[in-house]
Design a protein around this ligand. Structure first.
Ligand code: KMH
Ligand code: ZN
Length: 271
């Protein structure tokens, strides 16, 4: 089985003032996803923006973005329920009603840079239960070891189905920092038979993505995680980052999973 390559085109924080090639409209996001699909991405992690580039959980914008992506390619859509720090949890959780193939589930409230990322325990349980009802596969975003333990508790309560799908997020101020030692420690603590990837935020993105691949993980690339190709060089869009990650995997003699293979690897519920 190959490596599942996810593209994360936009994220919750950066704007075109930070990188002029950041896609923010539904059309721009759909075009960026399509280009990434052509480079081997089989999952699209999606954040939405309004006309002022602010993060939004607007269901109309989400529906339109999903439709535009589906018109272009059969990539699996993973909607972010993290959305952005300014959007209330109660709005964010409604995105799963659109029944994307996957959506993120962030298990804990945390400091996030200068802001606060609110994921209250009762809301997280409600969202996990709803995702299970709707057959939307959760991608569990864990930013530290306690988040991993919180996910195991959700599983023990019957709110998550196996195989669990984790993203180990390193490099957010408020979560564990982006070091090889932290990645190895988190991977060691993962439950058996889960699928996982590293999301390395910022300047260690390439190095930690390589270590994640070497440890048997999947990979994610895109402007959500780093705006730069290397120090001082902004990435001209998402495609160079995705292509570099696909090249990296191939250089390690790993194949890139197709959309169909990804459905099996992630055990996506049948539709
Ligand atoms: N950019 C990530 C570190 C999510 O998508 O659910 C946080 C995030 C969460 O965007
Ligand atoms: Zn995200």
């Amino acid at each position: 089985m190959g490596v599942v390559l996810t593209v994360a085109t936009t994220g919750p924080i950066a704007t075109t003032a930070d990188n002029p090639d950041l896609p923010t409209s539904p059309e721009e996001i759909a075009n960026a996803v399509y280009e990434a699909y052509l480079e081997g991405a089989s999952v699209a992690h999606i954040h939405l923006r309004d006309e002022q580039q602010r993060p939004t959980a607007d269901l109309g914008i989400a529906r339109r973005t999903m439709d535009l992506i589906h018109e272009r390619c059969p990539i699996h859509i993973q909607l972010s329920t993290g959305v952005g720090l300014s959007v209330p949890f109660e709005e964010r959780e409604k995105l799963v009603e659109l029944r994307p193939r996957m959506a993120t589930l962030n298990p804990c409230t945390m400091s996030f840079g200068a802001g606060e990322f609110r994921n209250p325990p009762d809301g997280v349980r409600r969202l996990a239960a709803r995702m299970r009802e709707l057959d939307v596969k959760p991608e569990l975003e864990v930013y530290d070891t306690g988040h991993l333990d919180a996910c195991i508790r959700l599983y023990e309560e019957g709110l998550l189905a196996t195989p669990l799908q984790f993203s180990i997020v390193l490099g957010v101020r408020g979560g564990a920092s982006a070091t090889p030692a932290n990645l190895v420690m988190m991977v060691d603590r993962l439950p058996d038979d889960c699928v996982w990837q590293i999301i390395a935020i910022g300047r260690s993105n390439l190095e930690l993505t390589a270590i994640g691949l070497a440890l048997g993980g999947n990979a994610r690339a895109g402007l959500e995680d780093t705006l730069y190709l290397r120090k001082g060089e902004l990435s001209p869009g998402n495609t160079p980052l995705v292509k570099r990650t696909a090249d990296l995997a191939r250089a390690m003699d790993l194949s890139i999973a197709s959309v169909d293979e990804t459905e099996q690897i992630l055990s996506l519920p049948a539709r």
